[in-house]
Design a protein around this ligand. Structure first.
Ligand code: GLN
Length: 522
């Protein structure tokens, strides 16, 4: 019998409904686990224990009074520290926001609160979600629960590690270039990056507004679906959101909106077919040759190929495809992402909120001796901006601000920014073409399993290469999911499945069927 904190959402929901345990007991089990392991794992920046237990108490009273709880009601969740929870500190793991307390709830938080969720606290991440290892936080380095000497991946490091270490039942992260899928793969949990625009970004501290999306980390595919259904949908506060198909409509729709034949394909539901062969009959899975590259870890490749062979056993037709522009996706990303980030981070200026040389922070030794005027060598307002930013931002945001400002500057914007936008369209077209031939695409999530802490910190390029298989989905705006598919060198490996825009249902069907057979075999 698993401990309460080890349950999935679906299992916890059943237990609450049957009154086998209370939400307070479930929440307490998670809080106890945080006390037990977080000193080592370092997943949390803020734990809202009191508020969590109070909310659990509210749910327990309702259940006692005979109300049947909703799917997420009374279930503890951890939130990446780039998503605003009213009244709770939100730092983006940056010193520049070290004393910022959110004044409103992000739309996803509003939705979770309406669903009765128990918010356990805020998780550590790479500063402003820039990074692939969790080491870029200004506060702490999150460790991989499978091997504490290794990174958990990033940027949603704490959200992935807290689920893997059973400090919560599920968590929310954000994915701009892979920050949900890559840490999910390295920590051996499920991570969903929804279609761009399917989940509201209102209340998410913006990094790259044309790429960012919020999504869940969970212990099962079913749970990922439950959370996605709860947080998705059009939001008047985010003009880029769209109405999403309901799950029933989605299963009846053509798997490829770009096919244009108006034909509707039905896929057998995994539940209806048991765990065996044939569950994925009729499903065409593309395997792009550009995603098995030289230099990729051999054991990781072998494990992912075994995962794909398993899909074939389930009845899927495996088709080799080509995404010829994919090799350019990483270069496109590292022009567009810094460009958008440099614009978004301009608001952190030492005047409106966060760290300011006008309000020296006791934590920053070099802020102890501001110039006598407190205004940066008497440079007036500009001096306040420059000095506050110099002190408040860490190395990685500074690097991105410089790259972004450069690629947007007069004389260079055509050569870099506009060129990258044009290639972005080509990457997207690659996927459009591929989805006329296949229903979904299977790839590795990461070219290697978790690496040692410190190993890549002096070489930003090797860190950027960690995103090589994930960024293309953000460039094309399509959904992707990473599910555990075995181990390499004793460490978790992720299988990534990509689908056309708004094709989350296809992801859940394929990985749901896969997960069932894998857990039954093991
Ligand atoms: N690792 C990538 C980066 O550093 C992706 C980050 C993310 O998805 N937030 O930009």
């Amino acid at each position: 019998m698993p401990k309460l904190n080890e349950l999935t959402i679906a299992q916890a929901h059943e237990g609450l409904k049957k009154k086998e345990f209370s939400s307070q007991e479930l929440t307490k089990a998670c809080v106890d686990r945080i006390y037990e392991v977080d000193e080592k794992v370092n997943a949390f920046l803020t734990v809202t224990e009191k508020e969590a237990l109070a909310q659990a108490n509210v749910v327990d009273k309702k259940i006692k009074a005979g109300v049947v709880p909703g799917l997420l009601e009374g279930i503890p969740v951890a939130i990446k520290d780039v998503i605003l929870v009213k009244g709770v500190k939100c730092t983006a793991s940056s010193k520049i926001l070290e004393n910022y307390i959110a004044t409103y709830d992000a739309t996803v938080i509003k939705k979770l609160k309406q669903a009765g969720a128990v918010i356990l606290g805020k998780t550590n991440n790479d500063e402003f979600a820039m990074g692939s290892s969790g080491e870029n936080s200004a506060y702490k380095i999150t460790r991989n629960p499978h091997d504490l000497d290794r990174v958990p991946g990033g940027s949603s490091a704490g959200s992935a590690a807290s689920v893997a270490a059973h400090e919560c039942i599920y968590s929310l992260g954000s994915d701009t270039g892979g920050s949900i899928r890559q840490p999910a793969a390295l920590c051996g949990v499920v991570g969903l990056k929804p279609t761009y625009g399917s989940v509201s970004r209102y209340g998410l501290i913006a990094m790259s507004s044309g790429l960012d999306v919020i999504g869940p980390f969970t212990k099962s595919v079913e749970d990922a679906r439950i959370v996605f259904e709860a947080i998705k949908g059009k939001d008047p506060m985010d003009a880029t959101t769209v109405e999403c198909p309901s799950p029933d409509l989605a299963s009846a729709r053509s798997p490829s909106p770009t096919r244009g034949e108006g034909e509707s394909r039905q896929f057998p539901s995994p539940q209806g077919r048991g765990q065996g062969e044939g569950t994925l009959r009729g499903m065409r899975v593309g395997v792009p040759k550009e995603y098995f590259i030289d230099g990729m870890d051999n054991e990781t490749e072998k494990t992912v190929r075994q995962g794909i062979a398993q899909l074939e056993k389930l009845g899927a037709e495996i088709i080799e495809i080509s995404l010829p522009y994919s090799p350019y996706a990483l270069a496109v990303y590292y022009v567009l992402q810094p460009a958008e980030a440099s614009a978004n981070l301009a608001r952190f200026d030492g005047i409106r909120y966060g760290h300011s040389v006008l309000r020296p922070s006791p934590d920053l030794a070099f802020a102890q001796s501001p110039s006598p005027s407190g205004r940066g060598e008497g440079e007036g307002l500009y001096g306040v901006y420059a000095k506050s930013r110099a002190e408040g931002f860490g190395d990685e945001p500074k690097r991105r601000i410089m790259i972004g400002t450069y690629v947007l500057s007069a004389g260079y914007a055509d050569a870099y920014y506009k060129k990258a936008q044009a290639v972005r369209t080509l990457v997207k077209r690659d996927f459009d073409d591929a989805f006329t031939k296949v229903d979904c695409i299977a790839t590795p999530t990461s070219p290697t399993p978790a690496w040692l802490i410190g190993e890549r910190m002096t070489d930003p390029l090797s860190m950027y290469l960690a995103d090589i298989f994930t960024v293309s989905a953000n460039i094309a705006g399509i959904p992707g999911i990473s599910v555990p598919c075995g181990k390499a060198h004793g460490l978790p490996v992720g299988l990534q499945i990509l689908a056309p825009q708004l094709g989350e249902d296809i992801l859940f069907r394929v990985t749901g069927a896969y997960e069932m057979t894998v857990s039954h075999n093991s």
